[in-house]
Write a protein that binds this ligand. Sequence first.
Ligand code: FES
Ligand code: FES
Length: 182
Amino acid sequence: MATASKSKRTKKSSAPAYVPPKKLPISFTVNGQEVSTEAPAHTTLLYLLRDLGFTEVKNGCEAGDCGACTILLDGLAMNACCALGVQAEGREITTVKGIGTVDNLHPIQEKFIEHGAIQCGFCTPGMIVAAKELLDNTPNPSRQEIKAGIAGNLCRCTGYVKIIDAIEASAEELSSKKGKGK
Ligand code: FES
Ligand code: FES
């Protein structure tokens, strides 16, 4: 018995040696800032952005279900978890921090605060980005169009009514600013 188990232990493994995945160079911009990095081809854009420090892009489901990771890619809202980092090559990415900052809030962000559309806040970055794309393309949306615009973004806290109110108020604010030429 002892001889048999010793021979098992000394038997050479036929498994191939681990080869780390090759990293590919990727360059793009995030909120106007140029980024050059490298990552394996299978790395999602969500992981790539978060690893680079853009943690305002939230990781909720990694499956395209919740919208927490919503970013603008060349102005179009999309789920960062559903794209590969290498697909960002040469593209322009906007996260919620590119829409407005704590010191210089965008009207959408102001209205979310005023209307109590933020509770835990986990959905908020993606929700704001989705609202921005909606209002860029549909400046005066109906409530139905607002619901459609944020259909890919789940919120576990607010019940959506306050979020829809906030986006509606943002549209009014942005239209009135535009009317005044601001
Ligand atoms: Fe991307 Fe949920 S983390 S959709
Ligand atoms: Fe908590 Fe939306 S505020 S998930």
